[in-house]
Design a protein around this ligand. Structure first.
Ligand code: APR
Length: 174
């Protein structure tokens, strides 16, 4: 059995290109698309993704819902809604952790063994990047320890800076 920390990897990549069972989308509560990684995933998946999303009736912050991946290499898209950063006094940290945890729960539901995450909430939603990376890595490490059913979890960062923050968080916590 590989060590939990060996299951986690950090790369700099466009998440829409990854050949994993499931990619996680940093969506908004409407689930009807947007910019950033949300826009990239919808563009790559094609219009059927939005058609399926329309039937989901949105998603509360911190929760996650799963659709098919359509034209993406990934079989599934796990749509989660991270918190908008308002300074830290509105339970943002717990909501970000919940977004990672509930995304992993969704992965178990669809028996996804490999999952890729973007750096949820660290773009438009302005969550401080270093703290977000620590929450992301800590939450995923804890989840994998409690649910040893994953072959790989990838933090697909969109910049070397973001990747470095996730690598440092992993080195500290694993
Ligand atoms: N692959 C991987 N990561 C990406 C990609 C991509 N193709 N495109 C952007 N990112 C990164 C950003 O650089 C950032 O680090 O995803 C992270 C999350 O940023 P956003 O996409 O802005 O998401 P978020 O901060 O969670 O804000 C969500 O933005 O796009 C809208 O509809 C979305 O309203 C929602 C809000």
């Amino acid at each position: 059995m590989s060590q939990t920390k060996d299951i986690i990897s950090v790369i700099t990549a466009d998440i829409t290109t990854l050949q994993v069972d499931a990619i996680v989308n940093a969506a908004n509560s409407s689930l009807l698309g947007g910019g950033g990684v949300d826009g990239a995933i919808h563009r790559a998946a094609g219009p059927q993704l939005l058609e399926e999303c329309r039937k989901l009736n949105g998603c509360p912050t911190g929760q996650a819902k799963t659709t098919k991946g359509y034209k993406l290499p990934a079989k599934w898209v796990i749509h989660t809604v991270g918190p908008v950063w308002h300074g830290g006094g509105q339970n943002e940290r717990e909501l970000l952790a919940a977004a990672y945890r509930n995304s992993m729960e969704q992965a178990i539901q669809v028996e996804a063994r490999t999952v890729a995450f973007p750096a949820i909430s660290t773009g438009v939603y302005r969550f401080p990047k270093e703290e977000a990376a620590k929450i992301a890595v800590g939450t995923v490490l804890e989840f994998i320890e409690q649910h040893p059913v994953f072959d790989g979890v990838v933090f697909a960062c969109f910049s070397e800076e973001s990747a470095q923050l996730h690598r440092s968080a992993l080195a500290e916590q694993a």
